[in-house]
Write a protein of this length. Sequence first.
Length: 296
Amino acid sequence: MSALRPLVLLGSAALLLAGCADPSDPAAASSSASPATARIAKNAALAAKVPAALKASGITIASDVSYPPMDFFAADNKTVVGAEADLDKAIGTVLGVKVTIVNVPFDSILPGLQSGKYQLGVSSFTDTAEREKVVDFVTYFDAGTSLLVPSGNPKALKPEGDSLCGRTVAVAKGSTQALVDLPARAKTCKTPIKVGIFPDGTGVNLAVTSGRADAALADSPVAAYAAKQSGGKLEVAGDSYGDAPFGIAVPKNSELTGLLKSALEDLKASGGYQQVLAKWGLQSGALDEFEINAAS
């Protein structure tokens, strides 16, 4: 379990950048195949376009495996499971290439892609213009931010307005909530927000359940899942906000970028994409179209 980083009084901080989805809406996306009968299979035409070196070595995908229901360890503490993990494997099947998911601290993923250590980063990255300066993105999911509070919301905190001013709010290091959301809120606060920065989602949730933080801001599917799994200790206050697409992070000008978009389109046509989201109750985040660098 992660310990609380030193608290930062947030006035005009500039921190670093992570994503955001709302699994509460049960509406499923349309498809040419029913998710229940979808068959995820190799697409020979796309597989033929995979660079020879990657066919031999496989694709290494960096992910912060502390973010259920997107990516987390199964009970054996070895197997990576979750919606993004399932999507990673489905893409690998379509492209006919082995994928290996490695656990990497969130704020180390993009530098690792730039250095060539990993081929892809799939870790609930919100596609932003700032991030597109260093990597390319292929979008695959729509998400928002939610406010996670102790059950009963004893301090009557709300995602909108200034109720977080003067409060201690937990966020993940390098997340959009840390880098963009809270600095924007701070500009309207007379009493600074105290920010607890944690290396992963586990630490964020623990801060709230232990009383070391009054609330947390996190990607909406993650906040909803944390509340559901908390045994009644946590709840989501109000509605999610700030919806934006998650994107697969790819090194600039990689041959994989176009292939990933085509692989996602293949999965949507077969119903496999919808099947993965339905398994985790995330149908409401399904995209109608997949884009490259949607922010720009």
